[in-house]
Ligand binder design. Structure first.
Ligand SMILES: C[S@@+](CC[C@H](N)C(=O)[O-])C[C@H]1O[C@@H](n2cnc3c(N)ncnc32)[C@H](O)[C@@H]1O
Length: 262
């Protein structure tokens, strides 16, 4: 057997690790953000990130960071910033915008191409809905963080008021109160019960430092009536106030990998 064969990496054949959303060749920025008129949602993400990310970090990675939509929120806080993503299209766009200010790394979430304890900060925004095996994802995120490091993770919440009404009025058979993940067939994505993932964070060893309820006014009608500026002001107030009831479709967590002496 040659040396090359001996060190060859085993292919991940776990069916739960299938790529559910391949963004290669997809213009995510234009189609989803610009044409989709999601200024309010973008602002809501930024308000949360500003509140949760540490002010200064040495090594930071934006996991499933796409084309770097949120890079300007962390470039000023991190000495070295990397965007990790599966899509070469997204990473090429990020390079085009940020050049040498940012490193990019391609790969799969279930097998992150980073050594243990590589980063003192990371974030993963608007990505959980593409992942079925969240236990493995959380394990990987924990592994690449240094002790004392911070992870800001957004989850797609299945227990929202509109989803409750859909269930009560028999428009959907997904029970938002069931503590599990739900598969949204039409959208090919998962939603998560906050408690389900909070237990996983804890079991992995993460300590929860802060929780925010984000994108509380995500509704076409509200966006039309109030506009981004007013909704942004309301959002600022609502994020911490509505966090205890995990109200919004996006729930943000600031988690810490405890330092070795803790
Ligand atoms: C909805 S986008 C979010 C991008 C960015 N975080 C943001 O908020 O703008 C989801 C991203 O997850 C990436 N992705 C999907 N499956 C992945 C996987 N298995 N491993 C790594 N990245 C993945 C996609 O390529 C895409 O860029």
């Amino acid at each position: 057997m040659t040396q090359e064969k001996k060190t060859e990496k085993k292919k991940d054949t776990n069916p739960d690790h299938e790529i559910l959303a391949d963004y290669n060749g997809y213009d995510y920025k234009k189609i989803f953000w610009e044409d989709g008129k999601r200024d309010y949602e973008d602002l809501a993400d930024r308000i949360a990130i500003r509140r949760l990310l540490p002010e200064s970090m040495d090594d930071f990675v934006d996991i499933a960071g796409g084309y770097g939509r949120l890079a300007d929120e962390y470039l000023g806080r991190a000495k070295n910033a990397t965007i990790f993503d599966y899509s070469k299209t997204e990473l090429a766009d990020a390079k085009k915008t940020y050049g040498d200010r940012i490193k990019t790394k391609q790969g799969d979430i279930y097998d992150l191409p980073f050594k243990n304890a590589s980063f003192d900060g990371l974030m993963m925004i608007r990505a959980t809905h593409h992942f079925k095996d969240m236990r493995k994802v959380i394990e990987e995120l924990y592994r690449i963080l240094k002790p004392g490091g911070v992870a800001v993770i957004e989850i797609a919440n299945k227990k929202t008021l509109p989803k409750m009404f859909r269930y009560w009025f028999k428009k959907s058979d997904i029970n938002p109160f069931e503590k599990s993940q739900s598969w949204l067939k039409d959208l090919s994505m998962y939603n998560y019960h906050p408690k389900y993932l909070e237990e996983m964070f804890k079991e992995q060893g993460f300590k929860t430092l802060k929780v925010l309820s984000v994108s509380n006014f995500r509704s076409g009608k509200l966006k039309k009536v109030f506009g981004t500026k007013v909704l942004g002001k309301m959002e600022k107030v609502a994020q911490p106030v509505l966090a205890p009831i995990r109200f919004a479709p996006s729930i943000y967590y600031k988690l810490e990998k405890p330092a070795e002496n803790e």
